[in-house]
Design a protein around this ligand. Structure first.
Ligand SMILES: Cc1cc2nc3c(=O)[nH]c(=O)nc-3n(C[C@H](O)[C@H](O)[C@H](O)COP(=O)(O)OP(=O)(O)OC[C@H]3O[C@@H](n4cnc5c(N)ncnc54)[C@H](O)[C@@H]3O)c2cc1C
Ligand code: FES
Ligand code: FES
Length: 490
């Protein structure tokens, strides 16, 4: 049994915070504004959508100190042990000069009412620190999770392009203090389990995966909190009690990425951002799709394990993972079992889970030579929006004939599901316009979609057929116009 500590400890700007009396539901935003009176960080939506609450969180990853933009409104204080939280107040210099990012916002008239401004400043600060000369595409991607309703984005983009005119990254205080902060975070990572009892609530931060397995068996009714991009909203929008809560996003063992020739294995807590490199190198077909999951802050927090475990019928990764033949490894105590992902989703709200288990990792076979693979997302907004329909297609085509097909959809049923009738209709036939047209009719056998505020049943039924058509066009005719130029450039 690991040593137990009854305190969460983290660095906030240049101050050490030690808390022994907090509810697991305490958000970073409430802590900053209500407790610390750091009111530069704003509350807009309290659901991760607007970016007004953006702060940077620094954490140790593989021995390096990495800063990422996050939404303080849906990030829990319980997840911050041994982290460095940086708010907009930290940008204030002793001589009163504005930080290069802030100066660029002023020079480019990039603020009107100012409500969104601290969030934009923090997102741009995070970008500038790692990428002082960003391309327009880099800037747009970094700002996908920040909304401004009065200035308009053009001046903000101009500001982003001109930050380096006002100073060098090497002179930035966060870079200069990096070594000392790193030393402090190493000291704070003492290998202890954190356990805080608050009234009748319980908050646990396990010390290792072994310890997580133990804690989970003792509390099978617990809420696992990974990136909290779903669980955060249960608290801010539904006032749900998440106790006992087990925070797992800090567990380095769950952030592992192992690549083999024909597959990749990712730990449950690998975030969308951590997957980016792997997408570029091993699954380039998903580059555009990946950047349409959430905004930058959500991609920095949200995990693959969370996207699978939440059982959502409209999660963006399950159709891709099903099409690739992924398996999920579930762990209960010392026992591990692997389940084919398409069999993991049983019914709406029901997955193949056991009391006290958790998702440990996901194994993803890569497309083989001769496989044609693509994924598509349809949502009302291009950026920072949940899918109305998402889909993935993997076909093996030998001598012009479809020899194998896996087609999976989200948003078309109560679970992410394969289009088995469409697949059967395509297999064994030449991959041509005539057979694709015939196969489209089979979508009506595979799915009876519902209407909701994201899309009507009729729209969903039609879009599924159109996506098959799009996949056919893109796989056979490189010149066909199937997407906006902006997407092609991405
Ligand atoms: C603004 C915004 C935009 C979003 N955009 C998208 C989008 O474009 N596409 C999309 O698919 N999703 C989107 N989401 C939803 C969310 O970001 C994803 O589902 C994300 O992958 C959830 O992962 P997480 O680590 O944050 O999960 P958490 O919120 O921590 O947990 C989600 C659920 O999974 C459980 N869980 C988490 N990890 C494990 C584990 N290892 N073992 C067992 N159970 C576990 C939790 O108990 C909980 O039930 C968005 C959310 C927000 C707030
Ligand atoms: S307040 Fe809108 S994202 Fe946090
Ligand atoms: S300046 Fe008013 S919301 Fe952006």
């Amino acid at each position: 049994m690991a040593k137990i500590r009854n305190q969460i400890r983290f660095r906030l700007n240049d101050q050490l915070i030690e808390l022994d009396d907090i509810t697991p539901a305490l958000t970073l935003l409430d802590f900053l504004r209500l407790d610390q009176k750091l009111c530069g960080t704003k509350e807009g939506c309290a659901e991760g959508d607007c970016g007004a609450c953006t702060v940077l969180v620094g954490r140790l990853s593989g021995g390096e100190l990495v800063y990422e933009s996050v939404n303080a409104c849906i990030r829990f204080v319980g997840s911050l042990d041994a982290c460095h939280v940086v708010t907009v107040e930290h940008l204030k210099s002793k001589d009163g000069k504005l930080h290069p990012v802030q100066q660029a916002m002023v020079d480019n008239h990039a603020s009107q009412c100012g409500f969104c401004t601290p969030g934009f400043v923090m997102s741009l600060y995070g970008l500038w620190m790692t990428n002082p000369k960003p391309s327009n595409n880099d800037i747009e991607t970094a700002l996908q999770g920040n909304l401004c309703r009065c200035t308009g984005y053009e001046p903000i983009i101009h500001a982003a392009q001109s930050i380096s005119k006002n100073g060098k990254v090497d002179d930035d205080p966060l870079i200069l203090e990096r070594q000392s902060v790193k030393r402090q975070l190493v000291e704070l990572s003492d290998g202890a389990r954190v356990e805080i009892h608050y009234s009748d609530e319980l908050l646990i931060v396990p010390s290792s995966v072994e310890d997580l397995a133990d804690a989970r068996q003792n509390h099978p009714d617990s809420t696992i909190v990974a990136g909290s991009t779903d669980v955060g909203l249960w608290v801010t929008k539904m006032m749900r009690n998440i106790s006992p809560a087990i925070f797992i996003s800090h567990l380095e063992e769950l952030h592992g990425i192992n690549t083999k020739n024909d597959s990749i294995n990712v730990g449950a807590c690998v975030t969308y951002t951590e997957m980016q490199g792997l997408i570029s190198s091993h699954l380039p077909q998903l580059k555009e799709y990946w950047n349409r999951i959430g905004g930058e802050q959500v991609r920095n927090m949200g995990t693959i394990g969370g996207n699978v475990a939440n059982g959502s019928p409209i999660g963006d990764t399950p159709p891709i993972l099903i099409a690739l033949g992924a398996t999920v490894t579930l762990r209960c105590g010392k026992k591990q079992r692997s389940v084919l992902l398409q069999e993991f989703f049983i019914d709406y709200g029901k997955q193949d889970r056991e009391p006290g288990d958790f998702v440990e990792s996901i194994n993803i076979p890569l497309p083989a030579k001769g496989d044609v693979f693509a994924a598509y997302k349809v949502s009302k907004r291009r950026d920072e929006d949940i899918s109305a329909v998402c889909s993935a297609f993997k076909l093996r085509i030998s001598d012009g004939v479809v020899s194998d097909a896996i087609i999976a959809f989200g948003g078309m049923a109560g679970i992410p599901k394969r289009a088995s009738d469409v697949e059967a209709e395509l297999i064994g036939k030449p991959w041509n316009e005539e057979n694709v047209s015939k196969a489209k009719a089979s979508f009506d056998k595979d799915f009876t979609p519902l209407s909701d505020w994201r899309a009507s049943a009729e729209y969903r039924a039609l879009i599924a057929k159109n996506l098959l058509q799009r996949f056919f066009l893109e796989s056979t005719d490189g010149n066909s116009v199937t997407r906006l130029n902006r997407d092609k450039a991405a």
